[in-house]
Write a protein that binds this ligand. Structure first.
Ligand SMILES: Nc1ncnc2c1ncn2[C@@H]1O[C@H](COP(=O)(O)OP(=O)(O)O)[C@@H](O)[C@H]1O
Ligand SMILES: O=C(O)[C@@H](O)C(=O)COP(=O)(O)O
Length: 424
């Protein structure tokens, strides 16, 4: 098996997002969680493999080391091109990690120029004159300016990336992108001759990203969000729509939510409003030693097995601030991850076979607890939110890992219909 493309994603849900993009482009795609070792085997006939790391907010030297290890592994599988997947809101700080990781991967690949574009039009992220927009707002006016780890207070991508690399950064503007593949290729060559290493491109639509993907096909390293990955995927010869995999239907369905993002809170409210069973986890009580997991499992055992259930730690901004003030941010997060990871293992042991997880960090905790290292990527329920298929010690599992802000408000109820609804 030889991969057409290998991808390194800087978080787990970013990994599912980009894997879904490759699949949309017709590539049979595998997703691996964490730096792979020799025990990880890819399914046969994969065209693309995504390694999802937790390198978005780690110290830059760790992110570089993990990414280089992932690159080495992807090379052993034959990947000729490496795609660096970061967040469509360019989540990073002046210390990194987008600049240092991309520089290191380019250096080992012997590459002198790369193309970047964080646009992801289905999720409202576009780039114009090198400025990143989130729907109708500049990134720096959007809620991302309040991000707890990397507040995005600037929208100018050339300036943001210049702070993270000692190499020159420049822009290919939208007018050039609209001129087509040859114009972009020529601009890339001109920038390379001028000593520019990182070229950021404007993109407003998927068509723009298709142009960029075709122009970047020969570059050893390309970087951006899921949109450019799809553009690249479409540019590979002989790719076409992938067949949908069947969703395992036998077994119960559950949602575990640890994201406190506005969209996840809406999805929780919608699930509750539909009259479906949901239970909130008391994080403060867990921190005092109460058996919150045991109580939640006893509650689960009493529910109608034909209905999906929701168990969540997710909290409103006020509630979150109160818990964090009492426990500290790290301890609060550790409590939540321990609760949701343990619950995931117990639920799968009890027969849950469709599991939707809301939140990037939360998804990391759940996959780790379940011992899931590699999955095959299936159909999307919403843009960037695919079903994936895993094998666990307890049996086969359909797993949906959702980035906090992704998915329509009715995602939970739509993705996990009750057994009676499915039968109709
Ligand atoms: N009730 C709560 N109290 C304190 N922290 C919480 C609570 N619920 C969730 N968290 C924390 O909020 C963070 C949510 O992050 P994550 O799962 O990555 O979601 P997103 O994708 O929305 O960023 C996690 O670190 C989680 O531990
Ligand atoms: O590119 C994107 O927007 C997503 O794939 C992503 O990385 C979102 O980040 P989290 O919400 O932290 O999962």
């Amino acid at each position: 098996m030889t991969l057409r493309i290998g991808c390194i994603a800087d978080d787990f849900t970013g990994g599912t997002d980009v894997a879904a993009a490759f699949r949309r482009a017709g590539l049979r795609t595998a997703l691996v969680f964490g730096t792979p070792d020799t025990t990880i085997a890819l399914p046969d006939d994969c065209d693309a493999a995504v390694i999802a790391l937790k390198s978005r907010s780690t110290p830059a030297d760790e992110a570089v080391a993990d990414s280089l290890a992932a690159q080495r592994w992807l090379w052993t599988k034959g990947a000729a091109q490496i795609y660096v997947k970061y967040c469509s809101t360019f989540d990073s700080t002046p210390k990194g990690n987008i600049g240092p990781v991309t520089d290191a991967l380019m250096e080992t690949a012997g590459s002198s120029v790369t193309l970047h574009c964080p646009a992801s039009p289905p999720n409202g992220r576009t780039v114009y004159q090198g400025h990143l927009f989130v729907h109708d707002q500049l990134l720096s006016d959007s809620p991302l300016r309040h991000h707890p780890l990397n507040p995005m207070t600037d929208s100018a991508l050339v300036r943001l990336l210049s702070a993270q690399t000692r190499h020159a950064v420049a822009l290919i503007d939208w007018v050039t992108v609209r001129e087509g593949v040859e114009a972009v290729r020529e601009a890339l060559v001109a920038h390379r001759h001028a000593g520019v290493r990182h070229v950021i491109a404007d993109a407003l639509t998927d068509d723009d990203l298709a142009v960029l993907g075709a122009a970047a096909l020969e570059l050893p390293v390309v970087a951006g969000a899921a949109g450019l990955a799809e553009g690249l995927g479409h540019a590979y010869p002989g790719t076409g729509p992938a067949a949908a995999e069947p969703l395992p239907r036998a077994g119960r369905a559950a949602v575990l939510a640890g994201s406190c993002s506005a969209r996840t809170l809406e999805q929780i409210a919608q699930f509750y409003a539909a009259g479906l069973p949901s239970r909130h986890l008391d994080v403060l009580a867990a921190a005092t030693g109460r058996d919150v997991t045991g109580e939640a499992l006893a509650w689960y055992d009493e529910q109608d097995p034909d209905l999906p259930v929701l168990i969540y730690a997710s909290a409103s901004p006020e509630e979150l601030a109160a818990v964090q003030a009492q426990l500290g941010v790290a301890e609060a997060a550790a409590q939540v991850e321990e609760l949701l990871g343990t619950l995931a293992s117990h639920l799968v042991e009890r027969g849950v076979r469709r599991l939707l997880v809301a939140g990037g960090e939360t998804s990391g905790a759940v996959t780790t607890a379940l011992g899931v290292r590699a999955v095959l990527v299936g159909a999307e329920a919403d843009p960037g939110v695919p079903w994936t298929y895993a094998t666990t010690e307890a049996g086969d599992l359909a797993l949906m890992l959702k980035s906090g802000n992704f998915g329509a408000p009715d995602l939970f109820t739509r993705a996990l219909p009750s057994t009676a609804e499915e039968a109709t």
